[in-house]
Design a protein around this ligand. Structure first.
Ligand code: V47
Length: 368
């Protein structure tokens, strides 16, 4: 029989994880090779216990969520990323464009955070995007607007010659408070080429735009799109690059692993397993020692795995969302939105304390 060894109440089936744990508990940073090892190992329970230890030291039993509304003003997109089912071309029967009134109608009194991400519309001038932020801010000045990925900011600079500094300054003046973390995909030239997102901001540009935002006092999130053709080394490298930027700016609030939704794009034919989802979350918690929060994004990993992830290093469930379109265009089986009571119940069922937050992680209500 395999010999287990126990260190600090963690039972290790895979002894190669013990040196990683020794680094983590002594406050030494883990490196690229350690990161890749966390994905390779079959001892996912030990990886989870290590990450849970780190999470609990940082935020105790608290798990955050926000009453938010995801709005995707258009799915018309100039890019043709091979993994994306959401994007459509002009004239496609499923293409849509929302008016400002339609956007405003989606926001209700309860909403704290408005999350806006959309297609890179070839004909919408920069002012149209600016007008969306302005219209929301004017009608609902108290709502926090988290809008536009670095990929969109990069597109505005190439299509409309509005450089990132100017775009972000204008969005901020219009009412933008923070930026979502999408568009990062995987920081790898190989993956970028194979998945045909070469027309999109690459690693350097994505990081540069977040660096600019952070310097301007705009906090942001970061993501990884995983569960397709990326290698474990590429995942670990992606995390390292985010950690380096965070050392420099301290502007990131949360990291969100996005499990590739197979849909009709079928870059690979099977979804990542729940074990892989949990290892992704736990490895992120262990490597990103300078990120305040790790999200279990229930839309892509489903409620059940998200609830388990709250004991694998995640301390945030994202939010109620309203109507999610990106993962659901790719046939995600999770609900399109979740009621506050259900999120509270899921967090409680995971043995954690639900804390309702705003977009900047100020605590609004603790559900004891
Ligand atoms: O940028 C596209 C990804 C992202 C697929 O910052 C796909 O709080 C999986 O940015 N399978 C948009 N992912 C989502 C996003 C986000 C979501 C939740 C919270 C936050 C936050 C940000 O979705 C895109 C792209 O990377 N995406 N297609 C797909 N088939």
């Amino acid at each position: 029989m395999e010999k287990l060894i126990t260190v600090d109440n963690i039972r290790f089936k895979d002894r190669s994880l013990v040196p990683i744990w020794e680094k983590v508990r002594s406050g030494e940073r883990i490196g690229m090779k350690d990161g890749a090892r966390l994905f390779e190992t079959e001892d996912f329970a030990a990886v989870g216990r290590m990450a849970d230890h780190v999470k609990s030291n940082r935020s105790g039993d608290k798990v955050f969520f926000v009453i938010n509304r995801h709005i995707n003003p258009t799915n018309v997109c100039a890019l043709s990323c091979s993994f994306c089912d959401f994007a459509k071309k002009k004239g496609d029967p499923d293409a849509y464009e929302m008016s400002n009134e339609e956007i405003l109608d989606l926001i209700d009194d309860e909403t704290t955070e408005v999350h806006i991400v959309g297609g890179h519309h070839p004909d919408w001038p920069f002012e149209r995007y600016e007008g969306i932020v302005k219209a929301i801010h004017e009608r609902f000045p108290e709502k926090q607007i988290k809008a536009f990925t670095a990929s969109e900011i990069d597109y505005f600079s190439r299509r409309w010659k509005v450089p990132p500094e100017e775009a972000l300054a204008r969005f901020k003046a219009a009412g933008l408070r923070s930026m979502p973390g999408g568009g990062a995909e995987v920081f790898s030239d190989r993956v970028q080429e194979q998945l045909r997102f070469s027309g999109k901001a690459g690693a350097e540009r994505w990081l540069e735009i977040h660096r600019i935002a952070h310097r301007m006092g705009i906090r942001s999130n970061a993501t990884i799109l995983y569960g397709h053709i990326e290698t474990y080394d590429e995942r670990a490298r992606h995390l390292m690059m985010l950690r380096e930027l965070q050392d420099e700016t301290e502007g990131f609030l949360a990291f969100i692993p996005l499990e590739y939704q197979v849909g009709d794009t079928r870059v690979v034919t099977r979804h990542a397993t729940p074990f892989d989802d949990l290892k992704m979350i736990a490895a992120a918690r262990l490597m990103l020692d300078n990120f305040p929060h790790i999200k279990a994004y229930w839309v892509m990993i489903h409620e059940e795995t998200a609830a388990v992830a709250l004991n694998f290093g995640a301390d945030d469930m994202d939010g109620t969302i309203g109507r999610e379109r990106i993962a659901h265009a790719a046939k995600a089986k999770s609900p399109a939105g979740m009621a506050r009571d259900r999120i509270v119940r899921l967090i409680r069922d995971a043995g954690r304390t639900p804390v309702e937050r705003d977009a900047l992680y100020n605590e609004l209500r603790v559900y004891n």
